[in-house]
Design a protein around this ligand. Structure first.
Ligand code: NAI
Ligand code: A1CAB
Length: 287
């Protein structure tokens, strides 16, 4: 792996975990010039092929051996916890002795609370708990962020600049992080699920797969952009499409028969409660 040193360890952002979310954020940081490639380091558990690919694509620093990884962690200005919740316990246990006390911990792990992170890594450690989404990959992410009280205004704006580089940011109290996960963290998956169904129905009705896909994509893009650009309420935009006794009304009646609103609301709340469960599982493992 790369022997290139980080340009300045005091400004380094180290991604502890080099999966899809870590890549999305690193890519956005570089593309928006919020950080230089040589300020970003990434490593994973064992996939050296992936690290080579990340190095080649983005020019970031990577490390395959434990010693270099530990050095990166202990020197980083910002450590981004970017592993799956099931791997967080072991990863945090390894990190605990390496923490220097003045580093910012940024977690993107669903469910993992600020008090849990601080109780393991240091009570006074500044922590930003975040929940991004996969649209960060193309700079259209939506990220929720909660800060511990130790985060200084400077670190706060540094964290905001990281996530603003990949989309919009909403700063929220930590108590709202689970419901935000249900809305925007998991949210893209519900939209894709609906798009899969629209495409399937279009094909059943005789459209080619390409036509069904293109029409569905443009429909969702157009609907989201309409809401954003006009600032109108979705209910009003919906009503404007729904002619009395027309085809849209007939379609919405079918959705109502299947209790569409209840289904979506229950899904959002279930994502939130599952996020809480995953956090509790990490806590139990580390207790
Ligand atoms: N995928 C999504 O839509 C979102 C994911 N998240 C959160 O982001 C986190 C990561 O998710 P993904 O990027 O999708 O996962 P992923 O599976 O693509 O990546 C996880 C990475 O962590 C590494 N890893 C695991 N244990 C490690 C260890 N002990 N030492 C070093 N590296 C280790 C893996 O090797 C891998 O590179 C999760 O905690 C998830 O809750 C947050 C928002 C959205
Ligand atoms: O499904 C998950 O657990 C993660 C958190 C939000 C999106 N993906």
């Amino acid at each position: 792996m790369s022997n290139t040193p980080l340009s300045s360890a005091s400004q380094a952002i180290v991604f502890y975990g080099a999966g899809s979310m870590a890549e999305a954020i690193a890519r956005g940081l570089i593309a928006s010039s919020a950080a230089k490639s040589e300020q970003i380091a990434m490593f994973n558990r064992s996939n050296t092929e992936r690290l080579k690919q990340l190095e080649a694509n983005y020019g970031v620093v990577t490390a395959a051996d434990a010693e270099t990884q530990n050095e990166l962690l202990s020197k980083a200005e910002i450590i981004v916890l970017a592993m799956k919740p099931k791997d967080a316990g072991a990863a945090i246990r390894r990190l605990t002795p390496l923490i220097q006390g003045n580093q910012l911990i940024v977690s993107i792990i669903a469910g993992l609370s600020i008090p849990t992170i601080q109780s393991l890594l240091g009570d006074k450690l500044p922590v930003a708990r975040t929940m991004p989404n996969t649209s960060s990959t193309i700079g259209l992410g939506a990220t929720g962020i909660s800060f511990s009280e130790e985060v200084t205004p400077e670190l706060r704006s540094r964290t905001l600049s990281i996530f603003e580089a990949v989309g919009m940011v909403s700063v929220i109290p930590e108590a709202q992080m689970e419901i935000l996960t249900g809305v925007s963290g998991s949210g893209p998956a519900y939209v894709y699920y609906m798009m899969e169904a629209m495409i399937a129905a279009g094909i059943e009705g005789g459209l080619s797969p390409e036509q069904a896909r293109e029409l569905t994509v443009q429909t969702v893009l157009g609907a989201a952009s309409m809401m954003k650009q006009t600032g109108e309420k979705p209910a009003d935009l919906r009503k404007a499409i729904t002619s009395p006794n027309g085809s849209t009304q007939a379609a919405l009646e079918v959705l109502d028969q299947y209790r569409f609103t209840e289904a979506v609301k229950s899904a959002v709340h279930r994502s939130a409660s599952r996020s809480q469960e995953m956090g509790a599982a990490i806590e139990a493992e580390l207790a």
